[in-house]
Design a protein around this ligand. Structure first.
Ligand code: 13P
Ligand code: SF4
Length: 303
């Protein structure tokens, strides 16, 4: 407790000295979300990175998020608490494989989930997040789409379009673990609860949702709904904002396994240390960044 207090004081001081802004994804540990300037889903945090006038962005999330921030704000210094915080889904697609698919479907538009590396974004026409995936697809004037890397989100989005979708076989290890049986057991235990679910879950699980959306959309839905009790089908860090926004309501995570180990690699101590040492810093080669930037900026323009 005393140590946390000291760390927080040191953090405030360093933030001022460096003119830094702290961005934290909803899946971060509570101790990080508590001290963030902005908490959000991938979309909101990418927007904040693009808009900020701070000199330093401290991105508390996973590696691709820091990379996207650097691509959108190339003149800022972007640091992260621990470079080992990766995203296994982002690593499931590689440049050679994507190029091969593009060669096989030369007329297809490449739509890439923001959960991907800068190299993949550089091979992409437009990015999306779970918050805007349907809008992005519907904004495209094309008959054929190459979709990477999340097959579950791809399946969800394909229900909202007649376009042909060629879907990569990636998935999020954390969300993909949730099963129909898990949800049914929870529903039996909490018969008055609504099930809110992230579209990174398996299609048959998403189908059971009373509401489907990104983390921000789930938090907003629970706050505004008349329902008082929810079974939550997304990563457990989301509980922090859910409880803050809806203090009187009950939230039951659908299993105790909805924890992304990569997101939890970061902690308050590492956050303070990275601002102290200004390491690890994110670099993206300029030729890659330039191409990747186009795909992210196109996404930010979709209304
Ligand atoms: P959102 O931030 O779009 O809800 O996505 C969840 C996720 O898995 C981020 O890694
Ligand atoms: Fe990647 Fe899933 Fe963790 Fe998000 S929750 S960072 S998609 S592994």
């Amino acid at each position: 407790e005393q140590q946390n207090k000291e760390l927080k004081e040191r953090l405030l001081q360093l933030k001022k000295e460096r003119n830094a802004i702290i961005l934290a994804h909803y899946y971060q540990r509570d101790e990080i979300q508590e001290v963030a300037d902005f908490r959000g889903d991938s979309f909101l945090l990418a927007q904040k990175a693009a808009e900020t006038d701070a000199d330093v962005i401290v991105f508390c999330g996973v590696h691709f998020m820091g990379e996207s921030a650097k691509i959108l704000a190339p003149n800022k210094t972007v640091i992260i608490p621990d470079e080992r915080a990766g995203c296994p889904m982002a690593d499931m697609v590689n440049v050679d494989g994507l190029r091969k698919l593009k060669a096989e479907h030369p007329n297809a538009t490449v739509v890439t989930y923001i959960n991907s590396s800068a190299d993949i974004k550089a091979e992409t026409d437009i990015c999306c997040t779970s918050a805007n995936a349907v809008k992005v697809i519907q904004s495209l004037d094309t008959d054929e789409i190459i979709w990477v890397p999340d097959k579950n989100l791809g399946d969800y989005v394909s229900k909202f379009t007649d376009k042909k979708m060629i879907i990569w076989e990636g998935y999020c290890n954390t969300h993909d673990m949730l099963t129909v049986k898990d949800v049914e057991e929870m529903k039996a235990k909490h018969p008055n609860a609504q099930f809110v679910v992230h579209p990174e879950c398996r299609p048959e699980v998403v189908k059971l949702g009373d509401f489907v959306g990104s983390t921000t959309a789930i938090i907003k839905y629970c706050k505004e709904s008349d329902c008082q009790e929810f079974i939550v089908g997304t990563e457990d860090g989301t509980g922090y904002q859910l409880r803050l926004d809806s203090p009187g309501k009950q939230f039951h995570f659908a299993t105790k396994f909805l924890v992304c180990p990569n997101m939890k690699v970061n902690n308050l101590k590492k956050l303070v240390k990275c601002l102290e040492t200004m390491q690890p810093e994110i670099y993206v080669p300029e030729d890659i960044a330039e191409k990747a930037r186009l795909s992210l900026e196109r996404m930010l323009l979709v209304k």
